[in-house]
Design a protein around this ligand. Sequence first.
Ligand SMILES: [Fe+2]
Length: 281
Amino acid sequence: MQNTRSLAPTFGAEVSDYTISSTTSNEENTAIKALWAKHKLLLFRNQNLDEETLVSFSRVFGDLEIHVRTEYLSSAFPEVLYVSNMKNNGKKMGILADTEVGWHYDQIYLPRPAVGSLLMAHTLPPTGGNTEFADMTTAYSELPEEVKQQLEGARAVQSYEAFNSAYSVPTSKEQKQRSPDIAHPIVRTHPVTGEKALYLCPGMTTEIVGWEAADSRAMLDYLFEWTVQPRYVYSHSWQPGDALLWDNACTMHRRDPFDQNHDRLMKRTTILPPEALAVPV
Ligand SMILES: [Fe+2]
């Protein structure tokens, strides 16, 4: 078993002295998957990953998604999405540029949302661009009982359009058709661990289905404030060679802005759940 160091009181672990490769053994894979399920967020430092290794290691955790933003995919490995403010021949290389990116679950707006992402630092600015994660399992478990009861069976609308109009370049007509608004349970049972977590986020969750507008707004605002209390949040300051693997069924994340005069390139794979566990419940 690998040694680990805690990143935050309730979740997150750095996996010490581990080199990600494309030739890991079954025993290693089982051990890393167990660590991922237990800690929800794994940090691997001092990695030197090419895209092929990034993809093959990511496949240990599930099938990989080809992201709807096809203009920002690696041409050699379309499973790799670029997150960047850099340009290539005058064209943007990646999503999200240099401004703040609000709290969100990746792909919560899809019928079969990703359950994980692996994000690797390729080029970093000297400061800024921290990524924060919130532990939505603990945030749920510590909610007042009466709030838990109110949320039982409730579903919320998830909108990629809402996120894009606030934080990103609007999607094309075809991309809109691939990602219409969708409703998912507000309390999600984790497809692997069975733990319950709040499954909503300020960036993409717009309303609670069937609730009066004012009640829906008030509950969402309450939950958004609740989930980002410092005791549920870990802020990651990136170093060259960092790779972060997060559980996207029970943590949400955001990014700080950074100086637009500096380049930043991150490479991400997006991990899908097994087909039988695909739809959030
Ligand atoms: Fe994200």
